[in-house]
Design a protein around this ligand. Structure first.
Ligand SMILES: Cc1cc2nc3c(=O)[nH]c(=O)nc-3n(C[C@H](O)[C@H](O)[C@H](O)COP(=O)(O)OP(=O)(O)OC[C@H]3O[C@@H](n4cnc5c(N)ncnc54)[C@H](O)[C@@H]3O)c2cc1C
Length: 405
């Protein structure tokens, strides 16, 4: 098949990654639901060592940090292939969220001391991290209303606040915490990002929050956390005071490419299962499900929507590489809501085609749907992205957008 965004080095790396994923990770996934994640982590540790030996570790990083110096557009295509093992692909190659976002952020904006203490072990895969911004009491869609504070006392920040949905906090070595340091500044200049090691007195992991009934553990979990008089050195700040929102935007641009390509990979997997079912399920003697036009419609629509998503995301990645994320923020918003909806639609069709079995754990479809339903909510809910994109378009038609905040 013609690959529009192919490059020579990608054509060299991609087949090796694909073979590893199909041979080493996909077979592991059949027992995914039967095995607690912490048990799987031990098996994945060995696989991670193999990835290092093959020179495929940290593929998302620049050469000087031990990666291959791939462009975002190239890495996006790797991300899709990793998602052929949707639970373990990214994790095994050390490019899993939320660590990938944190490493990009720290590597670009943090001091040399922070890099040595927190980034280096993260890059080596010795520790994990998490990102702690959303609070139960305030709308995450308007993060300027954060209540968590970081008050400077001498050479320390004293952090107090209540967070939830801090993904992967269970077992993480540190959290990047978004907290208000400058309450009197303009709304988008009030918050800062500060590193809080999870062994800091006052870091209280209350619980892993059950999602659709699944509590999860370790990397595969979402925690509620209380920060109670957590004291950290002021040097733990990333960038400068008041830069929190700017950094959050920086973190999200490439992050959306990573996630969207992951969803493209998951949708391919779902369509594959759908088609396999369509050619094996007999509806009456000699008549297979795939011969029904409704099902053919599902297949054709899914094929086109997946292909359209891939092209949209890679075009956006290509443009980020060329002109930076800020210049193509509408494209980034567009892929976020379009591809999040696409993967859920394709998963839903695949579930439908499996009948009752589609709702069980006999295939991974139901579990993937459960895991990915959040795609339309986190990193900006659909409505937020649509509004931002539409207002930007309308502004070019002269609409005077009144900012309330
Ligand atoms: C699985 C998962 C993992 C997550 N991981 C993290 C993490 O690691 N770290 C972290 O800090 N946070 C994380 N989050 C939190 C996530 O970022 C927030 O849930 C998200 O920002 C939405 O905030 P909220 O839940 O407070 O919903 P709200 O802001 O209360 O919004 C509720 C709903 O209102 C609607 N809405 C919002 N704005 C508008 C608008 N302008 N117009 C019309 N309708 C609108 C949308 O439908 C939205 O879903 C995670 C969430 C999930 C589900």
């Amino acid at each position: 098949m013609e690959r529009i965004f192919a490059t020579e080095r990608l054509e060299r790396i991609l087949p090796i990654v694909r073979t590893f994923v199909l041979e080493e990770l996909v077979p592991l996934e059949k027992d995914h639901l039967a095995r607690p994640f912490k048990q799987t982590e031990k098996i994945l540790q060995q696989k991670r060592e193999k990835v290092k030996e093959l020179g495929l570790w940290n593929l998302h990083l620049p050469k000087e940090e031990g990666g291959q110096g791939l462009t975002l557009c190239e890495f996006g295509q790797i991300s899709e292939v990793l998602s052929l093992a949707p639970y373990y692909g990214q994790y095994t190659f050390n490019c899993q969220a939320p660590d990938i976002g944190n490493t990009e952020l720290i590597s670009k904006f943090a001091s040399a001391a922070i890099k040595e203490k927190f980034l280096q072990p993260l890059l080596e895969g010795k520790i994990r991290s998490c990102f702690s911004m959303t609070e139960p009491e305030f709308a995450g869609s308007n993060p300027t209303r954060l209540a968590t504070t970081a008050v400077r006392e001498g050479d320390e920040y004293v952090i107090n606040g209540h967070k939830w949905f801090t993904s992967s906090a269970d077992g993480a070595a540190f959290a990047v915490v978004m907290a208000v340091t400058n309450p009197d500044a303009k709304p988008h200049e009030r918050a800062s990002m500060i590193i809080v090691p999870t062994d800091t007195p006052g870091f209280e992991l209350v619980r892993n929050i059950p999602i659709f009934g699944e509590t999860g553990e370790g990397w595969a979990s979402h925690a509620e956390i209380n920060y109670v008089n957590c004291r950290v050195p002021v040097s733990n700040i990333i960038g400068e005071e008041g830069m929190g929102f700017r950094l959050a935007q920086e973190r999200l641009g490439p992050g959306r490419i990573h996630h969207c390509m992951r969803w493209v990979g998951i949708a391919e997997k779902a369509l594959d299962l759908l088609c396999q079912r369509a050619v094996t399920r007999e509806m009456e003697e000699g008549v297979l499900l795939g011969e029904k036009q409704f099902i053919q419609g599902f297949i054709a629509e899914s094929r086109v929507e997946i292909d359209a998503s891939r092209l949209l995301v890679l075009r956006t990645a290509y443009n980020i590489d060329k002109v930076g994320a800020k210049a193509v923020r509408d494209q980034i918003s567009g892929i976020k809501f379009y591809v999040a909806n696409m993967v859920l639609k394709v998963l839903d069709r695949a579930i439908q085609v499996h009948g009752g079995m589609g709702l069980t754990d006999e295939t991974m479809l139901a579990n993937l749907y459960q895991h990915e339903r959040g795609a339309r909510i986190w990193d900006g809910a659909d409505e937020v992205h649509k509004q931002s994109m539409a207002l930007h378009i309308l502004k070019s038609y002269g609409l005077d957008v009144k900012k309330k905040r």
